[in-house]
Design a protein around this ligand. Sequence first.
Ligand code: NOJ
Length: 552
Amino acid sequence: MSLVELAAEPARDTTAHRANQTSWSRDAVIYQIYVRSFADSDGDGVGDLAGITSRLDYLASLGVDAIWLTPFYRSPMADGGYDVADYRDIDPALGTLRDFDAMLAQAHARGLRVIIDVVPNHASSAHRWFAEALAAGPGSPQRQRFHFRTGGETPPNNWQSIFRGSAWTRLPDGDWYLHLFAPEQPDLNWEHPDVRAEFAEVLRFWLDRGVDGIRIDVAHGLVKKEGLPDWTPDPSLGMSDHQDDAPYWAQPGVHPIYRDWHQVLAEFGPDRVLIGEAWVEPLSKLAEWVRPDEMQQTFNFTFLETPWDAAALHKVVDDSLAAFGAVRAPSTWVLSNHDVIRHATRLALTPPPPQGEGLGPTSQLYPDDLVGQRRARAASAFMLALPGSAYLYQGEELGLPEVIDLPDSARQDPTFFRTGGKNYGRDGARVPIPWDVASPSAGFGPTGASWLPQPHTWPGYARDAQLGIPGSTLEFYREALAARRTHHLARNELVWQPSPDPAALVFRSGAVTVIANTGATPVALPAGRVVLASGAVGADRLPGDTTAWLVD
Ligand code: NOJ
């Protein structure tokens, strides 16, 4: 189906669809909180909901519109909480439902919207349904809520887990069950009516409490191709998330689910939003997730994976605006999250590791960390000038790099264990963030405990070491967010301008000219008064790895 046909598909509820065109989320800056690593209120070394509440003033003064919280549900934490044992309760290490309600009320009181993470592709092996399935045994109806297959000696098909190794685990009773991620994350069977009914109720549970949006984990994975056929990935494409013909990604059957969810959200008025985590390419296919009667937004990982290169950035911006525009959805933009190498490190890696491969003991690092810092700020200034909605990941406003040299004994990501230590996995992007230069654990919590060790450089990045300091990364982000709002950059049309150099990109957005120099040599600065610069700017020259915004 072409994009034009997609856009023209009949809409089922026109009121809800019209609201999508004016939703608050179309130009929002959404700040991602990895809950375990944001702020610890009780000193156990694990961030929690009360910790978030205590830092809401900081987030409001940073100038973001919304926060997105990674899963806080009851969980054995085999995958950092993306293994949910109870979708209606908070993990005791992270707080209580009362803490959640208090956090939500306090966020709303400051004008911050709150987005939560729902994990529908898989549950935890500690979920009641999986326990019932184990107890009921082979062939039982309880097993039909998951993907169980009766066993031979080898797995039912050749699918591989995203965390490496087989995607099947065998039980002592001979049955195999499917887990696209860790064995502690059995995939749910979305053909089963119980699964569909249960998640509609889970959405209502949280929407009723007042959340403004739902981020849907692995939104492209819920439906598997009939018969679960064998499939061999293209080895050149790295992580199987990127394999467009995989029999478990982006199957057509996922879309009716999101149309139903769209209706569930509409029960709560026009303002609630669905956000898809769908690693789908090309962008024109990803745009199917944000047709008028499905989700409001989907992450743009194609942008995240684009190198710091003028031609590549020009193309991804054009492709994104065209693809999402064709279905009348905003594009989103993102540079970092809890699953990828922080962009202050990633943009300085030569060559970048293939997506999903991560860093490991044999990775080659670019020798100059300062290059990473410069590029990260320049890339963020470029991103925040683009039309649409932008996502920030906690700590990027402090300039945090990836922590590479964690002791192996501290690592927790299943990727590390399932690759036999060849891939460090994602812990390096999840180290608890620094707040105060002089406090234990750099102010993360009251006792100095931290579930992943903080490097000795961490206090240097602390919020209070940067607040009010001209030229600091934190002040740069505050200025960028304020100027983005003042000049309506997220709502303006982007118009490319001639560039003074092939390594530079220039565009107009309303009265603002944006120039990004991805090269190493200075280029001519366009006319105008500089209102934001990611680094020092000469009178008429823009240094390499720098972005500036100018007004007439
Ligand atoms: C995507 C999440 O962002 C990631 O952290 C998690 O491991 C997988 N989905 C599985 O839930």
